[in-house]
Design a protein around this ligand. Structure first.
Ligand code: ZN
Length: 237
């Protein structure tokens, strides 16, 4: 009998020891749970590419890096460019120059801007020039609709992701600054409706070379526009 009690006591002690093992967090699960959280913060961006109706959730990665650190930005107050939407309107820049994703430093689109706009929003000419190219047959991802304007000084403005048949001009048209040129959309590589705007030099065709630009009709932008920031188009100077 004494022997049996001893065995039972041993069993109890060993079961307590086991349960202590399982309740105190071992090192490996702890590490695993820490590994999971950073990857969860990048998940919204992945999800956003599948949901074309709303802009993605911002992450720390996208926060204002204002401009490309190496770029020589022209004086914004005398810039020949205005915001590519009508005076009085306000839109948010989600990704600006040298931010992340396709706009990261060193990419062809490092000097591009993404203006968050609902599909069908009016896009206007940032600078006067001649329309040299239009694509507007795209419906979704398979084809990027765009309007390209030649400024006559070896630079071109590209207005991208327009909605299907969203071009309001035709090749050969001369547009004044502020003229209506298209309706925004989410065609091509657009995870959500926005206007991808970039000024390029030499050739407008991919792979192009972007140039740093500033805008004369909005709040001070000596290093151009900041990511995740709203800008209002003011009357032209
Ligand atoms: Zn873009």
């Amino acid at each position: 009998m004494k022997h049996l009690i001893h065995i039972i006591l041993l069993l109890i002690v060993s079961s307590i020891a086991n349960s202590a093992c399982t309740t105190s967090p071992p090192t490996i699960p702890e590490t695993l749970s820490l590994d999971i959280s950073p990857s969860q913060t990048t998940t919204p961006q992945i999800i956003s590419t599948k949901i074309p109706s709303s802009p993605p959730t911002f992450t720390a990665e996208d926060d204002p890096a204002i401009g490309c650190p190496f770029a020589n930005y022209p004086d914004w107050e005398t810039s020949p460019y205005v915001l590519p939407f009508p005076v009085g309107k306000t839109y948010q820049v989600r990704l600006s120059n040298c931010s992340s994703s396709y706009h990261a430093e060193g990419k062809n689109d490092q000097f591009a801007f993404d203006f968050v706009m609902a599909t069908g929003t009016l896009v206007t000419a940032a600078r006067a020039g001649t329309v040299v190219y239009i694509e507007e047959k795209g419906i979704s991802r398979e084809l990027n609709n765009l309007v390209v304007v030649d400024h006559g000084d070896n630079t071109f403005a590209e207005y991208m992701h327009l909605k299907q048949y969203g071009a309001l001009v035709k090749v050969g048209d001369f547009v004044e600054q502020g003229d209506e040129i298209g309706l925004s959309g989410a065609t091509g590589l657009a995870g959500y409706p926005h206007l991808h705007f970039i000024v390029v030099e030499g050739s407008w065709q991919w792979p192009y070379d972007g140039v740093p630009v500033t805008f004369s009709n909005t709040s001070p932008n000596p290093n151009s526009l900041a990511s995740n920031t709203k800008y209002t188009a003011l009357p032209y100077p």
